[in-house]
Write a protein that binds this ligand. Structure first.
Ligand code: GTP
Ligand code: MG
Length: 138
């Protein structure tokens, strides 16, 4: 079984949608094996999104991700990384397929409800930024 890192972003917590999003995650056959609600610091968000630091939207992204609580999660399942990206839908909800989380819930390309790792290497780094081994119960 594979693991991926997920964030329910501030637009999800603000609208009380964490349960609704988790229902979609679980219905897709992904298991939530770790979960914590946190307020991300600017430093944590900058570290997490360091790969995007030269992008024009970096400042907006960091300020959004620290604008309210987020729920950080580890999801486990067969092909969890690719499966979760499929369940999330396209980054821009205007392009997201029917039934995806972003199609149902996202407000814009910035306020797009969820994050999911894009490869095994990034999943490992992202999980390690927020969880230690003991926090994850498969
Ligand atoms: P993540 O799972 O969050 O990494 O989404 P992604 O892989 O579909 O998108 P990408 O890695 O390209 O971008 C990371 C995040 O930056 C996106 O999820 C958006 O929240 C944000 N982002 C991307 N493009 C824009 C943009 O044009 N404007 C703003 N404000 N945010 C953007
Ligand atoms: Mg990405």
């Amino acid at each position: 079984l594979e693991r991926t890192f997920s964030i329910l972003k501030p637009d999800a917590t603000a609208r009380n949608l964490t349960g609704a999003v988790n229902a979609v995650i679980e219905a897709a056959g992904l298991r939530i094996v770790a979960q914590r609600r946190i307020q991300m610091t600017t430093k944590q968000a900058e570290t997490f999104y360091a790969v995007h630091k030269e992008r024009p939207f970096f400042g907006e992204l960091v300020s959004f991700m620290t604008s309210g609580p987020v729920v950080v999660q580890v999801l486990e399942g067969e092909n969890a990384i690719a499966k979760y990206r499929e369940v999330m839908g396209a980054t821009n909800p205007a392009n997201a397929a029917d039934g995806t989380i972003r199609k149902q819930f996202a407000l814009s390309v910035g306020e797009n409800t969820v994050h999911g790792s894009d490869a095994p290497e990034t999943a490992a780094v992202e999980i390690a930024q927020f969880f230690s081994g003991n926090d994850i119960v498969g």
